[in-house]
Design a protein around this ligand. Sequence first.
Ligand SMILES: [Zn+2]
Length: 423
Amino acid sequence: MQVQCPKHKDSQFLYIWSKENEVKFICDQCHSDLIRLKQVQSQNLINIRKAYQNPEYLFSEITNSEILQEFFFELNQCEEKNLNHQIMEIEKFIKEVQNQLIVMQQELYVYKKKYMELRLQIREKLEEIIKFDQFKKCISNLNQLEKTINPQDITQSERDVYNYFQDSILKKQVSLNNQIFTILNYKNQYTRESRINYPEWNKLDQLYKQLNEMHTSFNIMINPKFPGTIQNTSLLAREFQAKLIDIIVKKSNKPITKIELIHQECYSNLNAETFWNKVDGKDNLLIVFQSEKENIFGAYSPCQWVKSQRGQYVSDETLTSFLFSQTNNQIYPIKKDFRGYAIYCCLQYGPVFGGTPLLNRAIYYFQNKSDLHITSNFQIGSSSLGTSYAIEEKQTQPDLEINLFGQNAQKITTYEIFQLSFN
Ligand SMILES: [Zn+2]
């Protein structure tokens, strides 16, 4: 790409400036002028050389999908030469591990030798204490008798051995045992100090841990994080599916293994009874609504839904619950101080998220002001965002009253319930 900028001599086109109704080729100097005049923002500039070589870069500069931008950025981040470098580093390391394996094996021989020495030392002491040579003498005498086979001599030999047992061992058992215990105690202390550590083996263990880390980081490099999807939804757009999954995984800090559509209902069939029968006892539910104005919104909470006649709030100590509006591309996380009011279970209502309980003589009553409240017929709802679920500061209260449903109509036409499973 070597086209001269007609406005600036000796300066070549570097960027494509993407504007609403046209694009312009600009050079470095055009760029500086535009920056000075504050006419261009760097995110609207596409590097020509990079785009020419790299369709992923080109696409991520143009697409409106944040999820795809992130994906292609990540996919492109790691060059082949980096991977080769990483593999070479691992290879070097493997050599080091191989050397260490040999050293570790030598260490085994050293310790074996020490062990054999130890046995010998103990044996020598034992021989001394039990006067072993006397016993040996008895037995060698017997051996010499073998040719003559004189019964009297054999009897004599047996008596000798008996006397040896009696005099050298049995009659002074206590003191003799004590002497041996003393020797063993001394040897035990000595060996404990001198050999337990296996330093070469430990070094090998450390090397292996490092190799494992290198392997893990290589594995991360070659495993791009694909955008998540939710099957069987007629309400959630692909982009927003990926966004929801990303948020849930980050907040829960564990991977999702399964997302199952457990209920889908529209128009005439909407009622709270069916809802409660479907959700009773279940947790990790993602619920998505569509209003008459075709606004799509909903909520995720790890809390367990339970049929309750009198009504009860369920607390979310994990702070993972959130409301969302796909239409406004917004997430509303639960406020820390309001985690006790993540969801409200009461058979007289549909699903309720958030609230400020009314304190009356030490009894908390349900107050009809929640971040999202679906009524008993399951067709009408209300939404006061910012009560227990946080909103961005710039949004004002009147906006929020209609925020989730869209304009004044607060009727629901369709909803879906998904149950998530985690590892
Ligand atoms: Zn120029």
